[in-house]
Design a protein around this ligand. Structure first.
Ligand code: ADP
Ligand code: ZN
Ligand code: ZN
Length: 652
């Protein structure tokens, strides 16, 4: 038993604190949570170290109040990973541990397996030649990184499951990451029927106490395959042999609160630390992952055949330049026809509809920032088009800079508008809605999906998150309502996201409904992104996208660190951002630059003004080091809060 313990609290502070340990069977040790006096409060924290002596005078060192756990919840492996995260993502060590470890106090039985799961008991399938080659490659080395690239229905899941089985047979553990458990019932059902009690499921319906019992089952080695969303990447498997990342391109793998980690980045780190394999897969790899494949840092394994039959449907493109409503006559007719025949429809919306863009009604062209090449956003109140990366602004042009047409205006409609319009167009249909906000509410996602699955809804409005939800046999019509508003988002990943949505939707619709149709609405039917999406030309899209990124200096050719300044008193945010930029600029390496200060695209959230700096350089090291130095001595002005995001995924 050590005389002193080192405690990390769940607060955004880099440091840890030394406390006197208690004696005898009350003593704390590494891996336990304790309660300890902190200022005038008592906080619970994590014991991350033990010492026999202490440099501080005895009198200044307080004792912990009590220990919370009787058995260790984590070990040095978790502390090491948390330290790496704290450094990488500019977060507190305790914050990182809190993101990893369940907060429950008592263990309770997790709820029984969901009885509504389609109880398919299935054995491993005989692999196709391509699948067999992929599995051989993956199992040819004990460690490494592979990528299964193939359309939905090409048999990726089967390869994942068999790779998992091999790993379990060799006595090592498996983490299987999915973007959202509620939408991946089939994977869960298959894993359950193959691995039974050895599965642990970490999902949003679990209470903290349920999570704690699942966590303990994993620690004790009773559960050796863990299926879950983002945070399951921290599952404390004693001997980790394989991490699977399904739907690698999904944005939900990036945490939106501190610590702002990316599960793929953490998975790479963990796989390296434990000498484990990492296998990712998607029909539409992220451009970052594609670039790693093209430089052979990751081995690409292609799956080209649709194994369950079905075909990719043709995508019908509707030119929206002549349409008054966000739902074209063509799409409305398809939805009605589908309903008349007893089928269902899904309408995909953009993640957010908050902004307006300049749009030429003759050529469909928009206006990009001349420095950043992201779309300018129209701000009516200021009468200007503004770049949200660098702050560049221009008055709205009276004619189209591309074709000279005078028929120009604004486009961009919000999800609310589409909802209202659908209600107006289809008064007799039952319409449900799913988006990132509704998935945050416990149980709501499941309920809407159940309602849709069981036919209590006719139309589902949703964001990209429901792409997996196309796994419904009665869905015959799929509409991509506003392909352009995701293309016009002020984000350098706009093309990547739009392309990925089109391919995901087309692949899935074809798999389950051979007679299904996909209708894509766009103001830019000639856009190369849309053409490549229709043709499912992933290679062509990525090659062109990488060339653009290289030319414009965006990831993967550069690394970004985004710093957001939030303030209730609006002027405080730009002031703080300007001062920070001025202090940072002289310290940066010569090849680094600061974009901004600029208002964030989501400039006001709940009455709080948001401004940002985007720091960019060919490599992360230098900017990371200097920002870290500046932050360590930095005290934000009163009323200003800072958020630092390394390798940001969303720039809204
Ligand atoms: P993906 O994960 O790429 O979308 P899945 O692994 O889910 O693809 O496979 C799609 C369908 O093909 C499933 O219904 C699955 O049962 C079937 N399938 C996969 N591999 C094989 C195989 N080797 N032989 C026969 N059917 C297969
Ligand atoms: Zn034009
Ligand atoms: Zn700009």
């Amino acid at each position: 038993m050590a005389a002193f313990v080192e405690v990390a609290f769940d607060i955004p502070l880099a440091g840890t604190f030394t406390y006197k340990n208690l004696a005898g069977d009350k003593a704390a040790a590494l891996g336990l949570r304790v309660a300890a006096p902190f200022g005038r409060r008592e906080l619970s924290g994590y014991v991350v170290g033990e010492h026999d002596s202490c440099d501080l005078p005895e009198a200044q060192v307080k004792a912990i109040s009590r220990r919370i756990d009787s058995e260790a919840l984590f070990g040095t492996a978790q502390v090491d990973l948390a330290r790496w995260m704290a450094g990488m993502y500019f977060a507190g060590l305790g914050e990182c541990l809190a993101a990893m470890i369940p907060s429950g106090r008592r263990e309770t039985e997790p709820p029984a397996w969901d009885a509504t799961d389609p109880g398919i008991t299935e054995a491993a399938l005989t692999l196709s030649d391509e699948q067999a080659v992929a599995l051989d490659r993956i199992t040819s080395k004990a460690a490494g990184t592979w990528y299964l690239h193939g359309l939905t229905g090409s048999g990726k899941t089967e390869v994942f499951l068999q790779a998992a089985e091999r790993t379990l047979d060799s006595g090592r553990g498996v983490i299987y990451l999915v973007p959202e458990i509620a939408l991946t019932g089939q994977v869960v059902a298959a894993a359950r029927s193959r691995f039974g009690e050895r599965c642990a499921l970490l999902h949003s319906r679990l209470t903290p106490s349920n999570r704690l019992s699942e966590w303990r089952r994993i620690l004790r080695g009773e559960a050796t395959i863990v299926i879950g969303a983002r945070s399951a990447v921290f599952a404390p498997l004693p001997d980790l042999g394989l991490i699977i990342i399904d739907e690698e391109h999904e944005g939900s793998y990036k945490a939106s609160n501190a610590p702002r980690y990316h599960a793929r980045q953490v998975a790479m780190k963990r796989a390296a630390l434990s000498g484990a394999r990492l296998v990712m897969g998607s029909a539409t790899p992220s451009t970052e992952a594609w670039s790693l494949m093209s430089t052979h840092s990751i081995e690409k394994l292609g799956l080209t055949k649709m194994l369950a039959g079905g075909a990719v449907p043709a995508i019908e493109v509707v030119d929206m330049r002549d349409e008054g409503s966000p739902i074209s006559a063509r799409l409305a007719q398809a939805v009605r026809e589908t309903h008349a025949k007893g089928g269902q429809s899904i309408l995909f919306l953009n993640r957010r509809g908050f902004a307006h863009f300049f749009r030429c009604r003759t050529c469909g062209g928009g206006i990009n920032c001349r420095h950043c090449s992201v779309s300018l956003t129209w701000h009516k109140d200021r009468g200007a088009l503004i770049c949200h990366y660098c702050g560049y602004r221009i008055p709205p042009p009276r004619s189209c800079p591309e074709c000279g047409s005078l028929d120009v205006g604004w486009s961009g409609f919000g999800t609310e508008q589409v909802e209202e319009e659908s209600a107006r167009l289809f008064p007799e249909l039952r319409i449900g809605r799913l988006d990132a906000d509704s998935t945050a509410k416990k149980g709501e996602l499941e309920k809407t999906l159940d309602d849709f699955r069981e036919g209590r809804l006719d139309v589902l409005l949703g964001t990209q998150i429901v792409a997996k939800g196309l796994n419904f046999p009665r869905v015959k019509t799929v509409g991509i309502v506003m392909a352009d508003s995701s293309l016009s988002l002020p984000d350098f990943r706009a093309a990547e996201r739009t392309f990925s949505l089109i391919v995901q939707v087309a692949g899935r619709a074809g798999r389950f409904s051979p007679d299904g149709r996909v209708i894509l609405q766009t103001l830019r039917p000639d856009s190369p992104v849309i053409a490549r999406g229709r043709a499912l030309d992933v290679e062509g899209f990525q090659t062109e996208e990488l060339a653009t990124r290289r030319m414009l200096g965006f990831p993967p050719y550069t690394r970004l660190i985004r710093i957001v300044f939030r303030a209730r008193e609006r002027e405080r945010a730009p002031e703080a951002a300007t001062a920070f930029a001025a202090a940072l600029q002289p310290t940066l390496p010569a090849d680094a630059e600061i974009l901004g200060p600029a208002e964030c695209p989501l400039a006001l959230v709940a009455g709080t003004a948001r401004w940002q700096l985007i720091v960019r350089a060919p490599t992360l090291g230098g900017i990371h080091l200097e920002i870290g130095r500046l932050l360590s001595g930095y005290k934000a002005p009163a009323g200003v809060r800072l958020e630092v995001d390394v390798d940001p995924v969303s720039l809204l």
